[in-house]
Ligand binder design. Structure first.
Ligand code: ZN
Length: 425
């Protein structure tokens, strides 16, 4: 279960503890907002009181859309928090984030994240080539070659991870994640990510099911601002249900769900062919009924409310918006949710085989260790070689019983038979 732990605010010489109830219950909402507002104005230090380690500093963030405040952990400090703390995330070395050179994602002292992209949101700069970025030669202090910039897909992974949408805890099951919830989480997260001196939320519009609501208004305002100020847009939206016409791209526009406030996203056939080739596995999952989330770098919108896609990246998500990389991972993800487990899905970002991290981290074991879970689904010779490397790695770091695997090539029903370690009570 993830939860709100009390937080401590250091107001000059005074140290005040605010309980979980005070932070979350509607009766205290005005009081909590006033406290966060003054902590924001005077930059009071704040720490999380979970049983973690190190400083566990938090920062107050302000969202103009909705005039609200919330607390966020400092970037890369997620591992300082207890597993069941809502601010926990694994060490970036346990995800695909470790595949970048150290200057690609940087934490700022105010809690912002600055990211170096290989694409631009301003017109007078070159658009993204759409190509995966080449690795930089390993320097003497790096274990392996690293990527010098983040692509559009990496950015989608970063926003999703920082929004906590790749985490599942059994208490989340009480309330289904709606598109409106996804919208607010993504916009809020984008407000603390900067790239090339620009805040991502200024350019980011996201699907919303609420026609005429505040989310649609915010989308419309950002599209207008991009049209006036010669700026590009970032658009995140689930694709409309699969049909052959949409998959073929003949219509020349991207059909998305809940496009309230979004421009019509047009594209050239060449771009759609490249996307279909690069993301063939994801588009095949779309054909089988899975939800696909697209992120689009779109050119300055026209006065007719159309915006031409310069680059599109996509990922497959489960019914609760947790990214999955294969149909077998989907089975494991659903099993974990059905069994009420607490887990973290580390995302790949732009990494390839240069970093080793599992398909899932299980986080609810009694001894408070992260428990890796792997699905081996292919039997090509290259993949088998990779599998041996991974098995050896997990056995040496976690011990033969310290991790879980399902080898689909040996046992297609293995997910039913391979027991999971019991969670703590
Ligand atoms: Zn914490």
């Amino acid at each position: 279960m993830t939860k709100h732990y009390p937080v401590i605010i250091y107001k000059r010489d005074e140290k005040k503890v605010y309980s979980s109830d005070f932070q979350t219950q509607a009766t205290y909402a005005d009081g909590w907002k006033a406290i966060l507002s003054s902590a924001h104005r005077y930059e009071y230090p704040i720490t999380c009181a979970c049983p973690g380690n190190h400083s566990r500093s938090l920062s107050v963030r302000y969202i103009t859309d909705g005039d609200s405040y919330y607390l966020a952990r400092y970037p890369k400090s997620g591992e300082q928090h207890a597993f069941d703390c809502r601010y926990y995330s694994p060490d970036p070395n346990k995800t695909g984030l470790s595949g970048y050179h150290s200057d690609v994602v940087e934490e700022k002292s105010n809690g912002d994240i600055s990211v170096k992209l290989n694409l631009s949101l301003r017109i007078n700069e070159l658009p993204d080539s759409g190509e995966p970025v080449a690795v930089r030669q390993a320097n003497s202090d790096a274990k392996y070659a690293t990527k010098p910039a983040m692509t559009l897909l990496g950015l989608l992974n970063l926003i999703w991870t920082e929004a906590g949408l790749n985490v599942w805890s059994p208490n989340f099951a009480k309330k289904k994640r709606t598109v409106s919830f996804i919208h607010s989480r993504l916009v809020r997260t984008a407000s603390r990510i900067t790239t090339n001196h620009m805040r991502l939320n200024e350019a980011l519009v996201v699907s919303t099911p609420e026609s005429g609501g505040r989310q649609e208004e915010a989308n419309i305002a950002k599209v207008k601002s991009a049209t006036r100020n010669k700026r590009r847009l970032l658009i995140i939206a689930p694709l409309a249900s699969y049909n052959e016409e949409r998959a073929s791209g003949v219509k020349g526009f991207l059909a998305v769900k809940y496009p309230n406030g979004l421009p019509l996203i047009t594209y050239d056939q060449a771009l759609w062919s490249a996307v279909s080739k690069r993301y063939s596995r994801q588009l095949s999952a779309w054909g089988k009924g899975q939800t696909i989330v697209a992120i689009v770098q779109a050119d300055q919108p026209s006065n007719e409310n159309k915006a031409k896609a310069l680059n599109i990246a996509i990922m497959v998500v489960s019914s609760e918006w947790i990214p999955v990389d294969s149909s077998y991972e989907s089975i494991v993800e659903k099993k974990l949710r059905d069994e009420g487990r607490h887990f973290y899905k580390p995302l790949r970002f732009d990494s390839e085989n240069e970093v080793v991290f599992p398909d899932f981290w299980l986080l609810d074991l009694p001894d408070n260790r992260e428990f890796p879970m792997e699905v081996f689904g292919m039997d090509s010779s290259e993949y088998i070689e990779r599998k041996h490397e991974k098995v050896e790695h997990y056995n040496s770091v976690y011990g033969a019983k310290g991790w879980w695997m399902w080898d689909v090539t040996i046992d297609r029903n293995g997910v039913e038979t391979a027991p999971l370690p019991a969670p703590k009570h």
